[in-house]
Design a protein around this ligand. Structure first.
Ligand SMILES: [Zn+2]
Length: 74
């Protein structure tokens, strides 16, 4: 019996580039939606309030925008 499960981990290191995922405002199509300081909306799934950087349109999303995405560099 092996109690040290960590021994089975095979680490691999990869070079990545960071991508920024923005949510373009559906109203003005100019600004991007940014998460506000409003507390989380306790829906299922929970949502965060966002405000457009250009027209101040507000909407709720399950993801926090903008967010970062990592892509492997070959
Ligand atoms: Zn807008």
């Amino acid at each position: 019996m092996c109690l040290f499960v960590e021994d089975k981990i095979m680490e691999r290191v990869a070079e990545v580039k960071v991508l920024l995922v923005e949510n373009v405002c559906e109203v003005c199509k100019i600004g991007t939606m940014q998460q506000t300081d409003m507390p989380i909306l306790l829906s299922n799934p929970p949502k965060w309030e966002h405000k457009c950087t250009y027209c101040e349109h507000r909407d709720w999303y399950t993801l926090k925008y903008p967010y970062q995405k990592f892509e492997k560099v070959n």
